[in-house]
Design a protein around this ligand. Structure first.
Ligand code: DGL
Length: 278
């Protein structure tokens, strides 16, 4: 299955990528808010998880992914990955002519509109970058922010263990320091984490507001497509392709629960040689 060789400019797909199934939380929000847009979803499962990798590695993977998207003629890219948004957006996106959006600013804007004591759960790489703290403080200097790295969450989600005893125990440990700070708002700072909402809801008091960056990022994408005049026509026959760098069968299995169907998954290895920067 391939997109037509040369679709009309406005009907060209949007690239959405993550290290794995986490970005499907963003994909489903984009499909809900922008049903006419075609999407090319890429999961870099050969390099999963991103959250324990160095900034240098993450930038290199993102460079290769954006290079592949460039060759596929997407009209813009949404990083459905907080770790990439935190570490590679500012460094790598300027190397390419197509517009590339991240998640962090969109989520920070929503969070500062809701609370004064903000907790962020994210991958270790995202927490190390302090990208959320910087984004929130730049918008509202007086706000308190606490970030907690949750390295065990992504492997639990990828293996479908969403409500096991282990997941509950780990979630309690990760949330304890944020509850001790009496946070009023919690950002799901990794796109895999909204899948853990049922378990997190057992631990978090109801008064703590949850921010899922996918919702804000999809709304931001809609605004950008409309203001730049690049939204697909309402009658566009939208399609979605799935590509992975690792095992397609494994991704199809993991994605099935979230998509409600077993997707056709194709395999590609974005490589340094495929990069065609501006
Ligand atoms: N889902 C990604 C994020 O939002 C990456 C998780 C990982 O691969 O560690 O950060």
């Amino acid at each position: 299955m391939h997109f037509h060789e040369d679709p009309p400019a406005l009907a060209r797909p949007i690239g959405i990528f993550d290290s794995g199934v986490g970005g499907l939380t963003v994909l489903s929000e984009v499909q809900r808010q922008l049903p006419s847009e075609s999407i090319l979803y890429f999961a870099d499962t050969a390099h999963l998880p991103y959250g324990t990798r160095s900034a240098r590695e993450i930038c290199q993977y993102v460079r290769e992914i954006l290079g592949w998207y460039h060759t596929r003629g997407v009209k813009r890219v949404l990083m459905a990955c907080n770790t990439s948004s935190a570490l590679a957006l500012d460094v790598v996106a300027p190397e390419f002519a197509m517009p590339v959006d991240g998640l962090i600013l969109a989520a920070a804007r929503v969070a500062v509109g809701q609370g004064r004591r903000i907790g962020v759960i994210a991958t270790e790489a995202t927490v190390r970058s302090q990208a959320y703290t910087r984004a929130i403080r730049a918008l509202a200097p007086g706000i308190s922010v606490w970030e907690v790295g949750c390295p065990r969450f992504v492997p639990l989600v990828e293996s479908g263990r969403l409500s096991s005893d282990e997941t509950r125990l780990v979630a309690r440990q990760y949330l304890a320091p944020l509850l001790a700070q009496q946070i009023d708002t919690l950002i799901y700072g990794c796109t895999h984490y909204p899948y853990l909402a049922p378990v997190l809801d057992e631990i978090l008091p109801e008064r703590v507001r949850r921010v899922n960056p996918a919702v804000a990022a999809a709304a931001q994408l809609r605004t950008q497509l409309h203001s730049s005049g690049t939204a697909a026509p309402a009658d566009n026959a939208a399609r979605c392709e799935f590509w992975v760098s690792g095992d397609p069968g494994r991704f199809a299995w993991a994605a099935r629960t979230w998509l409600g169907y077993s997707p056709v998954v194709q395999s590609v290895q974005p490589s340094p040689t495929a990069v065609t920067p501006t």
